[in-house]
Design a protein around this ligand. Structure first.
Ligand SMILES: C[S@@+](CC[C@H](N)C(=O)[O-])C[C@H]1O[C@@H](n2cnc3c(N)ncnc32)[C@H](O)[C@@H]1O
Ligand code: SF4
Length: 373
């Protein structure tokens, strides 16, 4: 991997584990932060080339827990290994409880120009119930402080958390659209196996909202955000005009990217590479160049499926010619007959050579992909 414009960096440490979270993240392993930083540094060094980076996204885990001295050290290495002079978008994910003036100043100095803050919902009881260690007051303070340093702020919300009634959700939306933010991600709660929330639901200790309820809330959320100037450009993403996330668009458009850090993936257009996911094994690479633990050469069928899945997530839809390119005549016929069917059901619409999911279709994306596939 030596030609990429998009860079992802994974910081896997958190202060506590939210009950719904399935991301590769750990709490109580703080003693490994320094070694992790050194591993990242040596991997960056080993990749030194002339790639001109357009976007960087530091995700996690909780990147706002990256100690500033270690972060500065890492950036020194990054700057001497790649060309960062033409960065357009540089995002760090942050939890409200960690945002301090010192960190905001450091992030700004390093060239970070976009904050993605995990708000989830503005209700202390709901947050407590799902093990999210943050309060509404912290969220509001974090926004007030961040706006002094950053113009481009995005917030994450989760729709469908247990215990959120209509008025709590609407109150969250009312507040968030009035904040100085340019981008809002609204994720539908996914119940992952092996999470604490999954166990609590299984034991009937927590009940989730019904799908029909979530669907109706999703529809009203899309309308409300659009009425307030946040236009939907992807199933879960809304922005003020021109503030769409360039980094995420690169994933959905299948552009090559490099992923650094534990379990991060990279993509060169045909092959997907995955870094070591086991932290102990990963840290054994502290003195070595980046080694991918797994890789998968995508077949034409997988490329077709990926294109279909990623492109239909976006409001701008997908190019039919590119989809058909990978299909045999027999499969093309089946594809068109399924497409007609989905159009009649009001789940897809076609305009010239492009197809798009309708609002109803966005909620049934997985089923629609299976049908088309
Ligand atoms: C992996 S987190 C990293 C950022 C940061 N640690 C945080 O929690 O805010 C990125 C976002 O994923 C979303 N998320 C995490 N688990 C989810 C789940 N089970 N269902 C839906 N969204 C989820 C949350 O909105 C979160 O802000
Ligand atoms: S803070 Fe973010 S990454 Fe960490 S456990 Fe919670 S949702 Fe997962």
């Amino acid at each position: 991997m030596n030609n990429f414009e998009y860079l992802y960096i994974h910081w896997p440490f958190c202060n506590s584990k939210c009950f719904y979270c399935d991301f590769l993240s750990f709490c109580k392993l703080d003693s490994l932060k320094e070694e992790y930083n050194s591993t990242l540094c040596s991997q960056v060094k080993s990749l030194k080339n002339n790639s001109k980076i357009k976007t960087i996204f530091i995700g996690g885990g909780t990147p706002s827990l990256w100690p500033v001295d270690l972060l500065r050290k890492f950036f020194k290495e990054l700057k001497s290994s790649f060309d960062l002079t033409e960065i357009k978008e540089f995002t760090i994910e942050a939890n409200p409880a960690d945002i301090t003036q010192e960190k905001l100043i450091c992030w700004k100095e390093l060239g970070i120009n976009r904050l993605s803050i995990g708000i989830q919902v503005l209700d202390d009881n709901v947050l407590l119930q799902v093990g999210r260690k943050q309060t509404v007051e912290q969220a509001i303070n974090a926004i007030n402080l961040s706006k002094k340093y950053f113009e481009n702020i995005s917030v994450d919300l989760i729709l469908g958390l247990p215990g959120v009634d209509d008025s709590t959700w609407q109150n969250t939306l009312n507040k968030v659209v009035a904040w100085p933010v340019k981008h809002i991600s609204v994720y539908l709660l996914t119940l992952y196996k092996k999470t604490r929330l999954f166990d609590l639901v299984k034991k009937n200790m927590i009940s989730l909202q019904k799908n029909a309820k979530i669907a109706s809330l999703y529809n009203s959320t899309v309308d409300f955000l659009e009425e307030n100037g946040f236009m939907q450009y992807e199933i879960s993403n809304f922005s003020r005009p021109g503030a769409e996330s360039m980094h995420n668009m690169a994933y959905w458009e299948r552009k090559p990217y490099l992923g650094l850090g534990l379990g991060a993936s990279s993509f060169d257009g045909n092959i997907r590479y995955i870094n070591e996911k086991n932290i102990k094994k990963y840290l054994m690479q502290v003195e070595s160049p980046l080694k991918f633990a797994e890789h998968e050469v995508l077949t034409e069928q997988q490329i077709f499926l990926e294109y279909l899945m990623l492109t239909l997530r976006m409001k701008k839809g997908g190019d039919l010619r590119r989809m058909l390119y990978f299909l045999s005549n027999e499969k093309k016929e089946r594809f068109f007959s399924n497409l007609e069917n989905l159009k009649e059901l009001g789940l897809i619409f076609q305009d010239g050579g492009r197809i798009y999911l309708t609002k109803k279709g966005f909620l049934l994306e997985n089923e629609i992909i299976l049908k088309l596939f």
